[in-house]
Structure formats: C-alpha cells, structure tokens
Design a protein around this ligand. Structure first.
Ligand code: UTP
Length: 301
C-alpha cells in the first residue's frame, strides 16, 4: 500500500520581483486574497488533505510568515477584552498545533528545485507534497485532496496537478505530455520547463501542486541550473521519470496565478464575490467603478 502523505513543503523564499515595490520588505506570500494571506490559503488546502507536518522554506525578509503561524498574545487578549469572539475563533482555527510547523532557510533564491532540496532533512525518507503559495486553487474538495485520492488509487508514484492553459501562455510554465486517460488522470509521458510554444508537447501545465517521492532529493543535489538559470524541479522530475511513474491529475477547480498581477486581482474579486458579507456591496462598487473609470467593459456594446 502507498505510504501516506503526511508532510508538505511550502517554498516561500523567492524574491517576488513581479510585485515590487510591495514585496521589497513584505513577503509575496503574505499578500492577501480578501483578508487571508496567500500562504494561509494553501496551508488550509494542505490541512484539509490530511497533511500533518507543514515545512516552510523561507529566506531573508520572510520572518512575518513565521509570526503569522504563531500566537499573538497581546492581540488575542485585546480581542478577548473587547468580546470579539468571532475574530478569536478565526485566529485559533488558523494556528497550526504546537510542533506542526517547521521552518528552514534557503539562503539564496537559486530556484524552486533548490528550495525543495533545502527541506530534505525535515522530510526524510518518505513521500511528500509541495504547494506553491502563489498558485491559489478554488475547488471543493481541495486540489491536494483530489491528488491524494489519485495517489492512493494508483498505489503511489509521483502525482502532479495539471490544467489546460491558453497556448500563448504555456511558455511560462512546466508542461506535460499525457498518456492514456483514466477518469481524471493519466500517466505522464514527458515534461519540459518553460518551453517555446512550438516545442510544448501539449497545453497541459503543472499547476503548482506536487506529490513526490524522496528519491528526488539526490537528483536535486547534483542538478545543474536550467531555464532562467535556476535549479528547476521539472528537470529533476524528468530524471526521476526514468525510474518511477508520474501521473497528471486534471483537478476540478479554478486556478488563480497570484504571482501575476491580473491573476492576483482576479482572485480577490472571485473570492470576495463568494462571500455573503461582500458579494452585493462589491458588485455595486465594481459596477460604479467601471462606469466612472473604465467606461464600458470591452465586450459591452
Ligand atoms: P516564483 O518564481 O513564482 O516566485 O516561485 P518568485 O521568484 O518569488 O517571483 P518573481 O517571479 O520574482 O515575481 C514560486 C514559489 O517558489 C518560491 C517562491 O517564494 C514562490 O512561493 N521560490 C522560488 C523559492 O522558495 N525559492 C526560489 O529560489 C524560487
């Protein structure tokens, strides 16, 4: 039987250059979708999937991520004095249990593959999940839950979340070639990181969620920099594919690439429109703002 996935890595050591100056002193992963930081949203997804140990790979200027997952005694006592029990409940629910979160450092942002490798001693010799906090996936059940179901059905291996992307944007992602589909998943035949459109084997991109076997670590250790001069996880997975099966899961849900400004803004609107307290006032405000600043939407006649 496949070993249970109990640990998840959250790589949060990147520089977030696309969001400067917002990310000069503040981590990109603390940007908020409505009132929840990106990192909290992916931690929620991991916990819903049964992950017990949260491993954060951080870097300089990322200290507030650690503070976010800690108690805030002064704040909590003030909320208690003011009788704000709803807010206290939210803080309480979001807090990992004692010892459930670990933090390690990637001293230099040498790439996603390198960040994952930095967590090797905390993961040890067992399969693990990776969730990228800038890819937010709105789905029920959560994307990682759907992936773990496929992992169990296939009795192990490596599992990647995939989705269709418009052809003009495939060059920004890792891309896979699919074998024969079975329900919502398929064996991956090949993959490539950030291919030119003509060289892409399909328009199925890897959506920032991975279940990987620990044999990836020794491969990462000796890997040379790839696309963008970074240590790429896709290059290590290509090597691991020689020995182990990889499956792609076309999950049910909507992805928001929050590393990109339009994706981030869209996520804020989409999440807010699903909230009873925000839906109507936001619809009205959007209507007004488009009338005042944008005139007609481009598709309106
Ligand atoms: P990105 O490439 O989207 O993040 O990596 P970035 O490099 O911070 O962003 P830009 O392109 O400069 O705006 C996806 C995730 O991997 C982490 C990032 O923090 C982000 O959560 N990452 C990336 C690392 O932890 N280390 C790295 O060396 C690179």
């Amino acid at each position: 039987m496949a070993q249970t996935i109990k640990k998840a890595i959250f790589p949060v050591a990147g520089l977030g250059t696309r969001f400067l100056p917002a990310t000069k002193a503040m981590p990109k992963e603390m940007l908020t979708v409505v009132d929840r930081p990106l990192i909290q949203i992916v931690v929620d997804e991991a916990r819903e999937a049964g992950i017990e140990h949260l491993i954060f790979v951080t870097g300089r200027n990322k200290g507030i991520i650690e503070d976010h997952f800690d108690k805030q005694y002064e704040l909590e006592s003030t909320l208690r004095k003011r009788g704000k029990s709803a807010q206290l409940d939210i803080l309480d629910q979001d807090l990992p249990a004692a010892g459930q979160a670990s933090f390690t450092r990637q001293q230099e942002p040498l790439g996603l593959g390198h960040a994952i490798w930095c967590a090797r001693n905390l993961v040890g010799n067992e399969p693990f999940a990776v969730l990228l906090p800038d890819m937010i996936i709105k789905s029920q059940p959560g994307c990682m839950r759907q992936m773990i179901d496929v992992y169990a059905a296939r009795d192990g291996g490596n599992v990647l979340a995939v989705e269709e992307m418009s052809w003009e944007n495939v060059h920004r992602y890792g891309v896979v070639a699919a074998g024969d589909w079975l329900d919502n998943h398929f064996p991956i035949l090949s993959m490539v990181e950030k291919p030119q459109r003509q060289a892409a084997p399909s328009n199925l991109i890897i959506s920032g969620r991975y279940i990987l076997q620990p044999e990836i670590f020794p491969i990462l250790e000796s890997l040379k920099p790839g696309a963008g001069d970074e240590i790429q996880i896709t290059d290590a997975m290509i090597e691991l594919m020689n020995d182990q099966p990889f499956f792609g899961v076309k999950f049910k849900g909507t992805t928001f690439d929050c590393g990109d400004k339009v994706g981030f803004l869209t996520a804020n609107v989409a999440f807010a429109l699903e909230r009873d307290d925000l839906k109507i006032p936001l619809q009205n405000a959007l209507h007004e703002i488009i009338k005042t600043h944008g005139g007609k939407l481009s598709w309106e006649r």
